[in-house]
Write a protein that binds this ligand. Structure first.
Ligand code: ZN
Length: 195
């Protein structure tokens, strides 16, 4: 989707730039805009709540509240530490596997995947963009893929039921940083061939 096709209607140039930026970087924002109607986006860092009214390709900024409380509608969007997730993302990601086994020794596998995501920075990209990896004792081809955007060793490749989307990446990020452990409560992924 070309985000330049949208007409962002606001007198505030900073807000216009901000909306352009989130449209470009966040799939969830693009999906919500495509559905249309009222879209709310909240930034945890700045405590700003943007309310948009979307009709076709017109995005009208109908509100920007500074110092707002986080929104509570399940589908409202939250921007946090470079990630974007829905208010209900914890519920939405209840049954996803823990990321540990998906990340390790995945270089060759991830490189072939159409869609990969990084649990460190939240980027989503095709596996063909992965060029670097860490060798980890199982020979060159069993390396762990490095994110083409941030260099982090936390790339998950989409495969069957394992979906790469912004809600899942945020949940995996929280697991990796021990902010919300997924151990013991989630299904283990199936063992994967390394070669
Ligand atoms: Zn990354």
């Amino acid at each position: 989707m070309d985000t330049n096709n949208y007409n962002i209607i606001t007198d505030n140039l900073d807000t216009k730039e901000f909306i352009h930026e989130v449209l470009e970087h966040h799939e969830l924002v693009r999906e919500a805009i495509a559905v249309g109607g009222v879209v709310r986006i909240y930034s945890v860092e700045t405590k700003e709540l943007f309310e948009l009214s979307v009709q076709g390709t017109d995005i009208r900024v109908t509100g920007c509240i500074c110092g707002a409380e986080p929104p509570t509608d399940p589908k409202d969007l939250i921007l946090e530490e470079g990630f974007c997730h829905t208010v209900d993302f914890m519920e939405a990601t209840r049954d996803i596997p823990i990321p540990d086994d998906l990340i390790e020794y995945n270089y060759i596998f991830a490189k072939r995947a159409e869609r990969c995501g990084c649990c460190y920075c939240g980027a989503i990209f095709p596996g063909s963009e992965i060029t670097d990896y860490i060798r980890d004792g199982k020979g060159d081809i069993a390396g762990t893929a490095s994110c083409p955007r941030c260099g982090g060793m936390a790339v998950v490749a989409e495969e069957g039921d394992i979906k790469v989307n912004e809600n899942n990446l945020r949940r995996w990020f929280l697991h990796i940083y021990d902010e919300y452990s997924m151990e013991g409560t989630h299904p283990q992924p199936k063992p994967r061939e390394l070669f």
